[in-house]
Ligand binder design. Structure first.
Ligand code: ADP
Ligand code: MG
Length: 300
């Protein structure tokens, strides 16, 4: 495209809330044949909430939530915020102090898995199955059943291990964005296929993808795994757009032919992307492709 055409299109994009970082992104967007979506915060609202908690130990619900919230207090992850919020709500109900949590030391983030801290000399893990397995926390049938039941319902289970044993779990829901299904089916009508990649587990990922109408799913992928998936599609001759919001999506956003970041996402993702969807509305994936198609066809 000529510099003028690019300027006009990027200006038009900006007025629509689609920030296109350069002519290259604009030129490639019309060729996109596959759109890869992250799940959490991209297809879903990204504002998960705790819908239930269950104990697998003799801790009281209050103690259990306090320890979990203390572990999550330093995490920026939306699930962590949901657990802290739930605990504060619970404390309010019991009329106790809503700010002071037990002291957590040695806070560690395990990207795409959860967090680890030391509280009162015990290791506390809050996260998914993978995190529990990495630290050899044992799984009972009871835990397996709780996890399976909730994953079928498209919920994410957050397990909490205290001193090597699973003490309890939270069931978390993150509703699908209202436009997600419409956007995916519109892409299909344009001859563009849809894929989901997520760090979340397979059962939850499949339940969500069914709800949205996504054609293929890759779950339990870490940040480099997401990027590998993109490269894999490209090696088959596919022109690929990646839509994501998290730090964990940034390698994939860079690897994609066109990286699109959700405006409400993390700075790292916005930095890594070629296009920013300022309104955080998935409709703008289509807006970006349309803009590109129009600009390119005008030139030819
Ligand atoms: P996505 O790829 O869907 O955006 P993430 O890679 O951020 O998801 O996280 C993948 C999974 O790791 C989450 O679904 C959750 O089970 C677990 N997880 C990550 N961080 C945390 C945390 N701070 N607390 C609890 N669970 C976490
Ligand atoms: Mg995400």
């Amino acid at each position: 495209a000529t510099p003028t055409a690019v300027m006009v299109a990027t200006g038009k994009g900006a007025s629509l809330g689609v920030l296109i970082k350069g002519g290259d992104a604009l030129e490639k967007s019309h060729k996109v044949k596959t759109v890869v979506f992250d799940k959490t915060g991209t297809l879903t609202s990204g504002r998960p909430s705790v819908v239930g908690a269950v104990l697998f130990s003799s801790y009281s619900m209050e103690e259990f939530c306090d320890v979990s919230a203390a572990a999550e207090a330093n995490s920026e992850h939306p699930i962590a915020k949901a657990i802290v919020k739930y605990t504060k709500m619970l404390r309010q109900k019991f009329g106790s102090n809503t700010e002071h949590f037990p002291e957590a030391k040695d806070f560690e983030v395990h990207t795409g898995a959860g967090v680890s801290v030391i509280i009162e000399g015990k290791r506390v893990l809050v996260g998914n199955r993978r995190l529990m397995k990495n630290f050899d926390a044992a799984f009972s049938h009871e835990v397996e059943n709780f996890v399976a039941e909730n994953e079928q319902l498209a919920r994410t289970c957050v397990l909490v291990a205290i001193g090597g044993k699973i003490a309890g779990a939270f069931a978390v829901t993150d509703p699908v964005k209202p436009e997600a299904q419409r956007v995916v089916s519109f892409l299909h009508s344009m001859g563009i296929s849809s894929i989901m990649v997520t760090g979340d587990n397979w059962a939850t990922a499949q339940a969500i993808s069914k709800e949205v109408g996504i054609q293929a799913v890759f779950a339990e992928t870490d940040p480099s795994g997401k990027a590998d998936k993109i490269k894999d599609l490209q090696s088959k001759g596919m022109i690929v757009a990646m839509v994501g919001d998290g730090i964990n999506d940034s390698p994939a956003l860079v690897a994609a032919d066109v990286g699109m970041a959700i405006g409400a996402g993390t700075d790292v993702a916005i930095e890594a992307a070629d296009i920013v969807l300022i309104k955080s509305n998935l409709e703008d994936v289509i807006t970006a492709i349309h803009l590109s198609r129009k600009t390119i066809s005008r030139i030819r």
